[in-house]
Design a protein around this ligand. Structure first.
Ligand code: UT7
Length: 310
């Protein structure tokens, strides 16, 4: 049995915070943020809107796109480091709100790589035939763990949610190969105490090396060549990091998702938001070969080679 994506959806809060808005709040500039990160603006959720509220909207849209009803979901996996509360999990909150009565539900913590870990976990249940419809959500309200006094991190992050419904697909579609990894010794470079703490330069070096390597590894494992790749969806943290992965694959700019410009780094939500937008605007089409690749705190990383369609 092959596991693939049956439908996708995303949700971002209405409130836009531009680089110019941040200039007024802290010692930074639109020019610095754009040239160092590629970010132009980000979305910030209101006090009333918590992580599960954004996740629910994205989940509903993904289910509608997949034409799967809440009661037909077998498992809900939510990748997040900003749950509403430690427990119950965001997944359990969604389980009730979606009427997913028969679904098992749990959250998964792998920081910005969370959605890659989620998709790969979902695929194992589908490929063994244990489950049919698995809802995988990546959602973050990072604004609640960002130190708005720290310009090193405050300018980078945003809030949002993306989701996919995964299930069995035809033999030539779905997940072709994957790679997951972790290096706990690098945990000190990116962590949360009260707020996000980051050694930007160390994370940058790790990300450039790991994203490139993971892309090449999943392409080789799938028996593909670089030129077979139709579209690249890297974790949207920093345009310069993403560019290094794109160049490693020799792809033109229009074959890479660049939602970081509008949403900043939304951690585990960045890849599913990008999947959903790319499917919506026709950047990815039935039969396309796509590489998804993420990295993040832990340190963790993950990549998937995927053939789009059912
Ligand atoms: O999902 C994973 C999350 N993390 C990441 O992906 C982060 C990876 N790292 C990065 O993206 C980059 O390292 C940053 C964007 C965070 C920083 O870019 P950089 O080119 O590595 O800059 P830098 O850390 O070398 O800092 C250059 C200068 C410093 O000033 P000095 O020490 O050279 O005088 C910073 O203090 O830029 C200063 N700076 C800022 N200036 C204006 C740092 N943040 C800002 C800011 N506005 N917001």
């Amino acid at each position: 049995m092959k596991a693939g994506v049956l439908g996708a959806g995303h949700f971002v809060p209405e409130k836009i915070v531009t680089n110019f808005d941040l200039e007024k709040r802290m010692d930074t500039s639109d020019e610095w943020i754009r040239t160092r990160t590629g970010i132009e603006e980000r979305r910030i959720a209101s006090d009333e809107m918590d992580t599960s509220d954004m996740g629910l909207e994205a989940a509903k849209r993904a289910l509608s796109d997949a034409e799967v009803a809440g009661e037909d979901i077998d498992l809900i996996l939510v990748a997040t480091v900003t749950p509403d509360m430690p427990f119950p999990s965001v997944a359990c909150i969604l389980q009730e709100q979606l009427g997913a009565k028969k679904a098992a539900a749990m959250d998964l913590s792998a920081a910005c790589s969370g959605f890659m870990y989620g998709m790969v976990t979902a695929a194992q249940f589908i490929e063994t035939g244990a489950y049919k419809n698995v809802l995988v959500v990546g959602v973050e309200k990072l604004s609640k763990i960002v130190d708005w006094e720290d310009r090193n991190t405050a300018v980078l992050f945003g809030d949002g949610a993306g989701a996919v419904v995964m299930g069995p697909v035809s033999e030539d579609k779905g997940i072709l190969s994957f790679e997951l990894g972790a290096d706990g010794s690098g945990g000190k470079h990116l962590y949360q105490d009260r707020y996000i703490q980051m050694n930007g330069r160390e994370v940058f070096k790790f990300a450039v090396r790991q994203m490139g390597e993971s892309c090449v590894n999943v392409i080789e494992k799938a028996g593909l060549k670089r030129e077979d790749v139709d579209f690249l969806i890297p974790h949207q943290a920093n345009m310069r990091i993403m560019e290094s992965a794109r160049e490693r694959l020799g792809l033109p700019l229009e074959k890479m998702s660049t939602t970081v410009r509008s949403y900043g780094n939304t951690s585990s939500a960045s890849i599913p938001i990008s999947i959903s937008e790319a499917a919506e605007n026709g950047q990815i089409k039935d039969g396309d070969t796509i590489v998804l690749v993420g990295f993040g705190g832990g340190l963790t990383w993950g990549a998937i080679a995927l053939r789009w369609g059912r």
